[in-house]
Each structure stands twice: as structure tokens, then as C-alpha cells.
Write a protein that binds this ligand. Sequence first.
Ligand code: SF4
Length: 284
Amino acid sequence: MESGIKHEDIVEATISAIKKAETELPDDVVACLEKAEQIESSEIARSHLQAILENIGIARRHSVPICQDTGIIILFVEIGRKLPPLPDLENALAEGVRKATVEVPLRPNVVHPLTRENSGDNTGKGLPDIKYSFNESEELRITAVPKGAGSENMSILKMLNPTEGDSIDRLVLETIRDAGGKPCPPVILGIGVGGSFDKAALLAKSALLEQVNDMDEKEHALLEKVNSLGVGPMGTGGDTTALAVHIMTAHCHTASLPVAINIQCWANRHATAVIGGEGKWNII
Ligand code: SF4
């Protein structure tokens, strides 16, 4: 049976997911920032949070990017096993990014890593960064995650000594203290623990997609420790260094403890296009 999902459906859905992600911050992130602004005790920190909230409102009302750094485009693509065969996904997704660069518009951020030559359209070898997974549905889900450089550059990956019990918390606190205002706090921390060198990084990035307030006891406890550092919004002090901590784990080698900390600034942008088997799609 021929698929009802056409190349154009994937291109258009990708453009729409990128546009929504770039211009409208998810409600759970906005609610978390609003709550932080209400309880923040530092006046300077409160004024930063108010400016951030005003900026988010302007972007939403005028459909313009939330930040000048529109990031590189990371796409989490979930493929339903019950879908008929699909068109060439890689081609369609890259075309969506190229067109979104013109239509949103996006800053052309993608360069060759050595020559630093800009591709001009936010695509290149290995970009967009597409992370495929499969499920049992009849849908194709494309989640667009624009990732700015300020917070990504402060992220780290370490192979820790597995015998040091409290080394993970210590690494997180050192990383956030050393980063200071550079990742545009308040931040959201995606922490990947276990797996292998590269698996830990994927876990950390995936953890950034969780609902900000959906934290377990351990994540809450670590969030409190991070906030007690006093880095504060934009690094000028205060109670709100981070909005959330999310930890994802995978089993690992008995002699290893890979830990990745992916730092995300307050502009925790992501939006998902859901495409049904007949080619109709909507954005959530
Ligand atoms: S870290 Fe985030 S808020 Fe700061 S410039 Fe980059 S994308 Fe914008």
C-alpha cells in the first residue's frame, strides 16, 4: 500500500514545528518562569525574569523568534511502525529547515567546523541533527528543538569513577557554578547517566524535552542544591539559577559511569508536528 504521507506534508509540517518552537515557548516553561518571578527574593533577578517574560509575550504576539540565536535545528523523529512506507525523510526534513530559514526567518548559524564557511540555510553535513526512534503508532512525530550556542557551549560530558557515590551531584554543581551567566540562566538541566559515551549525551538532550515541573524527589533535591549556588537569572545573583533538573539513565559497563550535562537556557524551545497516515498534520 502506498503511503498517504507525501514529501510536501513532511516539509510543511517541519516548517510549522520550527516556526512554533522559535516563536512560542511551551506553556509549562512560561508557567515555571512566572512562578519563579513571583517568589524570587532579589530585585535585580526579578527584573531579569520580568524582561524575559515580556520578551516571550512579544515574540508570541508578533510571531517573531524568541531569541536572536535561533540555534541549530535538532529534530526528534518518531516513526510509527504501523505507517505505510514513507518518502525520503532526510531530504524532506532538510528541505523543511531550509524553507523555515527563509519563512520564520532564522539566523543562518550553520558553518563548516574547520573552514567556518556558512552554508547560509541552516543545513550541512550532519545537520539538521535527526534523532530517529520507533513506536507502535500510526503517526509520524517531528519534534523541532532549536538549540542556541550559549547554553550548549557550557554543556559537558565526563566519564566518572563509578566508585565515587556523590560525584554526579558534585559535577553538576561545579559545572553550573563555573558556567555562571554564560548559558543565560535560569537554565534547565538535562542529565544523562549511564549507557556509553554517546548514549549519555543523547539521554541528556532527550531529558530536556520532559515537562519542566515533572520532577522526582532526586531531581527536586538536586534542583535545590543548584539554586542554592546563587548564580541567578543572567548570572547577576538570586534564587533562580535553574527551573528544572531532569535525569535519564541507562545501564552501563561495570567499570564506567558516563555522565552528560546538557544545559538549556530559559528559552527551552520545542514543538511537535504529528502527521497521521493520511498526511494530515497538526502542531502540539
Ligand atoms: S543561550 Fe538561549 S537565551 Fe541566551 S542567547 Fe543563546 S538561545 Fe538566546
